[in-house]
Design a protein. Structure first.
Length: 556
């Protein structure tokens, strides 16, 4: 019987991994390498990739030594020679929300908890900064380790509130300036976050800060590599195959097929400038193993990880200011690849209204984009896997339609599934038109031809169909393919500018499908080819614009 108790879901403290016998992915060789640094270190990664566990591992190592590291690389390879230190461990994610107390007072409270054995007169400190100064001056013979997790969370939480954002920025600026002034007191400083805010004295005060976010040496410092997945979770992979075969009354699931589906759904993240390392999202992997009988669900989306405050607050603040809805339409193409560079992916936000902070950089730092390939000095950036495609489609559609993604799925799931199962393509056309009407006028009016295809691709994917566009054959490329367990649907779209031209274009689309032999595929599924005609007629003095699906017909 599989032991679910070993799965480290919602566990971040290194001590808990040891005391509760949880599976711990041994990256202590990299921990030991980083711990040798004298300069402050910064690491940026999306939420739920293991940053907090990494910080906790440093805490255990520096405060207690190797007692709990027996059997791990840092011990077996004799990688650690240092002594122990007093550790100041701060988690800024727990003081990000507004409350009756000011942010400075909340930070002061956390400092009092993190800094122990202080003289009594430190109670006189009336701010986090004066308290930190008291602490560092009173213990002149001691060196400290400073660990700060999610340093940017307090600023991201108030994005859009200029006054509160500036107030918190000043507190953090003073805080990090003090750390710089007393830099000789620190043996090691490690800071994590999602994005980069300038003028908080992290990057300006620490002119020698070591940003390892794109360093290939640490490309796998968090997340699960392929080797780690198979080494630590082999039994869970085998059990998943058995559980899915039993539930679906089949024998198709094998160890190899489970690995393939895990890769398709949860792999593909690369954060280093050479695209050397690819890692899985740990949160999704652990949730899948715990619920294998459910199949390959979008756990990042289901459990809220796909809507980090960074992205949600940014969109809520800047939609139609810096991020136009017409721009969001272009992001409906889930297969696109953007050529960029490290500087563009990791800019600093000077102020809340910084016009130079690109939307795609927010998407990268929030975990929606990843490095797909390199062509030095450029990086090719795109969406990593199926789970993120669904999460991304969900949030883009929500902003374009003003409807929750879950509500959209529930509105169309049964009707579209029923229309396809019964081959009622008139009913399918009606549903497609309802989908089109979900979009705001300012969005649809700017639709280019490919946008209509992308809208339906995204919706079908959200409804559970495997979708892909411009599938290449020997004779041409079909516009859209989608499939379920029984059928493969191949669509040729024709977007026309005049409503009186529908039948002519319908005939053209059918002829193209036959001529290019789109329906000839090596598959055990029933193949259905569809001609789809969309009218995108602009307004004139005499009539209103017409944008609708005019025909969907099967090509026999």
């Amino acid at each position: 019987m599989i032991d679910y108790s070993k799965l480290p879901l919602s566990i971040t403290a290194f001590s808990e991994f040891c005391e509760r016998n949880k599976i711990y992915i041994d990256k202590t060789d990299l921990v030991a390498k980083l711990a040798q640094f004298d300069a402050p270190i910064f690491l940026s990664r999306p939420r739920r990739f293991g940053k907090s566990t990494l910080v906790s591992t440093f805490h255990e190592l520096f405060s207690n030594g190797l007692d709990k590291f027996q059997g791990l690389k840092i011990v077996t390879e004799n990688l650690w020679k240092d002594t122990t230190y007093k550790v100041i461990h701060l988690d800024f994610s727990i003081i990000k929300e507004r409350g009756e107390r000011s942010f400075d007072q909340s930070l002061l409270t956390q400092l009092k908890i993190a800094c122990k054995d202080l003289p009594e007169n430190t109670d006189l400190a009336d701010s986090s900064n004066t308290y930190l100064q008291f602490f560092l001056t009173q213990q002149s013979d001691t060196k400290f380790v400073l660990l700060i997790d999610e340093y940017d969370a307090p600023l991201t939480a108030v994005m859009g509130d200029k006054e509160e954002f500036e107030s918190r920025r000043r507190v953090l600026s003073n805080f990090f300036s003090t750390i710089k002034a007393y830099s000789g007191k620190f043996r090691f400083i490690f800071i994590t976050g999602v994005t980069r805010y300038s003028n908080t004295s992290i990057f300006s005060a620490f002119n020698n800060i070591e940003d390892i976010s794109f360093n290939p040496d640490y490309g796998a410092i968090v997340g699960y590599t392929q080797a780690e997945l198979e080494n630590y979770f082999k039994d869970y992979i085998e059990y998943a195959a058995k559980a899915l075969n039993k539930k679906e009354k089949t024998d198709k699931y094998t160890y190899e097929l489970i690995l393939e589906e895990l890769k398709n759904n949860y792999d593909g993240y690369s954060f280093d400038e050479e695209c050397e390392w690819h890692v899985y999202n740990p949160w999704s992997i652990l949730n899948f193993f715990k619920n294998a009988q459910r199949g390959f669900k979008p756990y990042w989306l289901e459990t809220g990880g796909a809507k980090p405050s960074l992205l949600v607050n940014y969109l809520n603040t800047f939609i139609d200011k810096k991020v136009k809805k017409t721009e969001l339409v272009d992001y409906l193409n889930l297969e696109f690849i953007k050529r960029t560079n490290i500087a563009a992916l990791s800019p600093t936000i000077t102020s809340i209204e910084d016009e130079n902070f690109p939307f795609f950089a927010i998407l990268y730092q929030a975990g929606y984009f990843t490095i797909k390939d390199t062509d030095a000095p450029d990086l090719m950036v795109g969406i990593p896997n199926l789970e993120v495609k669904e999460a991304f489609a969900d949030i883009v559609l929500e902003k374009l339609t003003n409807k929750d993604g879950t509500a959209l799925r529930e509105s169309y799931k049964q009707a579209i599934k029923g229309a396809l199962n019964t081959k009622d393509f008139k009913a399918l056309k009606d549903e497609f038109n309802k989908i089109l009407n979900e979009f705001s006028y300012e969005s649809v009016i700017s639709f280019k031809e490919y946008a209509f295809r992308d809208v339906y691709k995204v919706m079908l994917q959200l409804l559970g169909y495997n979708t892909y566009t411009e599938y290449q054959t020997a004779l041409g490329r079909s516009d859209l393919c989608f499939e379920d367990d029984r059928r493969l649907y191949i669509c040729e779209f024709k977007v026309i500018g005049r409503a009186d031209n529908v039948q002519e274009k319908l005939a053209d689309a059918k002829e193209q499908i036959r001529e290019k032999k789109y329906g000839l595929r090596i598959t055990d599924k029933e193949v259905i080819t569809l001609a789809v005609i969309i009218v995108n007629e602009n307004a004139s003095d005499k009539h209103k614009p017409m944008r609708e699906v005019a025909a969907i017909e099967e090509v026999i």
